[in-house]
Design a protein around this ligand. Structure first.
Ligand code: HEM
Ligand SMILES: *[C@@H]1O[C@H](CO)[C@@H](O)[C@H](O)[C@H]1NC(C)=O
Ligand SMILES: *[C@@H]1O[C@H](CO)[C@@H](O)[C@H](O)[C@H]1NC(C)=O
Ligand SMILES: *[C@@H]1O[C@H](CO)[C@@H](O)[C@H](O)[C@H]1NC(C)=O
Ligand SMILES: *[C@@H]1O[C@H](CO)[C@@H](O)[C@H](O)[C@H]1NC(C)=O
Length: 494
């Protein structure tokens, strides 16, 4: 008898808890932005194609620019148009400044970097990293000389192919990697190491695409034989962190006060400053955070520039009139006797507009990096609960025909006003917007300007005979890559 009562009680309690949970879920779902129905367990995932940003465009046609969609393990919110991105990332910067938590980034860099940390630590580390970047690279001008070296190297590589077809996909990456390296550390990277390091970074980017099931069903990492690529990611990130840790250690061993030559020195100096004033070394003033910041520069900062350069020369080749016009501008402003530099850019609006149009058409990080709400958020009368993952759909905004005239066309002139001045519209957002926007934006623009202007100044880029109609195929990743391609290259006559 007694036992029977206890069981009924427990049964009733469990039912009550369960019903309460269901009611709470329903209330949340009712308040959430609308979205498509899915199936139990897998949600709407079976209908999401490999190019998730395109599936989201289709969903938005039915449910509007702000919608929620169940991806199996969680319900995420998609900011599919400019109005929604503005109402969230820009108008409620603090609320939307969180980052989706991933076991994967925890396992690789313990979220000690800028891109995957959150809250106070993220804010301080971001500021500190930006300060190091600015003082070492941008104020000092040393970065520009490193980029000029990079261009020199790429130019030499390309010149060897004069009047022949050049496999463009292998022309940029290693030079960009070495440039970013120079500015993180003045110690040169060992040549044998470089290859291994390059492959590891390539591997990381290939595996880190948002539709990788591993990023959605994180338990897949336990499935043999290789945990859906989990082991490969860990291995690759180990190669990168080992190399970086060795370099940081040699900086620490040879540390001399006041002798600050590179990013690592600058960060160490900030850590030491706090030690001297007797403060504890709390995050982000630790060597592990320094490692994280540098790790970001080599993951977020190399692949992106490699792909953008490759998109640029692909677009310029298949739009020969635009290429010619850019070269005319260069010849008029820079002349044929020297190479272009950053100062010239006050007078190179057309080239600048080309780079902007490359950013728009390429939409390199189509869904940016997943955000997370730090508290309950109200948007257009809906409630997005704290801890919800949100993706801005940058691709959709860059291809929105209500914002852009003929978005499918490559047309730099759309960014020039009647006085031939460059106008950057607020909804051109290759680097995303708000407090989480790309930290390497200025560095990236600097590298792209010098690389693209210099190579256009030096060479003509032409389609190989017979491939005039090849499409701009896309390879999927966290960033969009063009497929490997070859071009006919020609030194310009002086
Ligand atoms: C063409 C080049 C680049 C593009 C298109 C690009 C794009 C982006 C985008 C879309 C984000 C996500 C912002 C968000 O969460 O909403 C991002 C974040 C980030 N990028 Fe870039 N990026 C580029 C180059 C670089 C470079 C050169 C560096 C490093 C020096 C860099 C470092 C970072 C970091 C650290 C973050 C994370 C910022 C944070 O979470 O606070 N990026 N980038
Ligand atoms: C600029 O960088 C050089 C090394 O590249 C260094 O010697 C110099 O002290 C730096 N200047 C400033 C103001 O940081
Ligand atoms: C991009 O916009 C063009 C023109 O509006 C449209 O034809 C095309 O389907 C769009 N692309 C995607 C992926 O939605
Ligand atoms: C490319 O397309 C154009 C027009 O559609 C056609 O006339 C031309 O023959 C094509 N060229 C090649 C190499 O297929
Ligand atoms: C650079 O980009 C090209 C074009 O997408 C790609 O084929 C190549 O693998 C990239 N290089 C590296 C090392 O990732």
């Amino acid at each position: 008898m007694e036992v029977g009562y206890v069981w009924s009680f427990i049964y009733a309690l469990i039912t009550a808890i369960f019903i309460r949970w269901i009611i709470k879920r329903v209330i949340i779902l009712v308040k959430l932005p609308p979205g498509p129905w899915g199936l139990p367990l897998v949600g709407y995932l079976p209908w999401i194609t490999k190019d998730a940003y395109k599936s989201f465009i289709d969903i938005a046609k039915l449910h509007g620019g702000l919608f929620s969609v169940n991806l199996g393990s969680e319900t995420v919110v998609i900011l599919n148009d400019w109005k929604s991105v503005k109402a969230t990332l820009i108008d409620q910067p603090k609320v939307f400044s969180g980052r989706k938590y991933l076991k994967l980034t925890e396992a690789t860099i313990q979220n000690n970097d800028v891109a995957w940390s959150e809250g106070n630590v993220w804010q301080i580390q971001r500021k500190l990293t930006l300060k190091c970047l600015t003082n070492i690279g941008l104020v000092n001008k040393s970065m520009e000389s490193h980029i000029v070296d990079l261009v020199q190297e790429v130019t030499e590589k390309l010149t060897r192919y004069n009047n022949k077809e050049v496999p463009m996909e292998s022309m940029f990456f290693s030079s960009i990697l070495q440039t970013n390296w120079k500015f993180v550390s003045v110690d040169p990277i060992d040549n044998n190491k470089l290859r291994e390091y390059e492959d590891a970074i390539k591997e990381l980017f290939k595996r880190f695409h948002p539709d990788n099931p591993l990023l959605i069903f994180e338990w897949l990492r336990f499935i043999p034989p290789n945990g859906f690529g989990y082991k490969a990611i860990l291995k690759a990130s180990q190669v990168v962190t080992n190399t970086l840790r060795e370099t940081i250690n040699s900086h620490l061993n040879e540390w001399k006060d006041g002798d600050v030559n590179d990013f690592i020195d600058y960060y160490i100096a900030e850590i030491k400053k706090r030690q001297v004033s007797g403060q504890k070394n709390e995050k982000p003033f630790t060597i592990d955070n320094l490692l994280g910041s540098v790790f970001d520069m080599f993951t977020a900062g190399v692949d992106t520039i490699n792909s953008t350069c490759l998109w640029a020369f692909l677009f310029l080749t298949y739009n020969p009139d635009i290429q010619r016009k850019a070269q005319q501008e260069l010849d008029a402003v820079v002349g044929r006797l020297r190479m272009p530099n950053l100062y010239d850019f006050t007078n190179l609006p057309y080239i600048e507009a080309i780079i902007m149009e490359v950013h728009r058409k390429a939409s390199l990080a189509p869904l940016a990096v997943p955000h997370r709400t730090m508290e309950d958020a109200k948007v257009f009368g809906y409630t997005i609960p704290k801890g919800t993952t949100c993706y801005p759909n940058i691709y959709a905004i860059h291809n929105d025909s209500t914002l852009w005239d003929k978005p499918e066309e490559f047309n730099p002139a759309r960014f020039l006003d009647n006085n031939n001045k460059v106008v950057w519209p607020s909804y051109l957002i290759p680097f995303s917007v708000g407090p989480r926007a790309c930290l390497g934006k200025h560095l990236a623009q600097m590298e792209l300007k010098i690389i693209i202007a210099s190579l256009l100044h030096k060479f003509n880029f032409k389609c190989p005979i017979g491939s005039e109609n090849s499409s701009f195929a896309i390879e999927n990743g966290l960033t969009l890559h063009p497929q490997p391609y070859s071009l006919l290259i020609q030194l310009r006559n002086d």
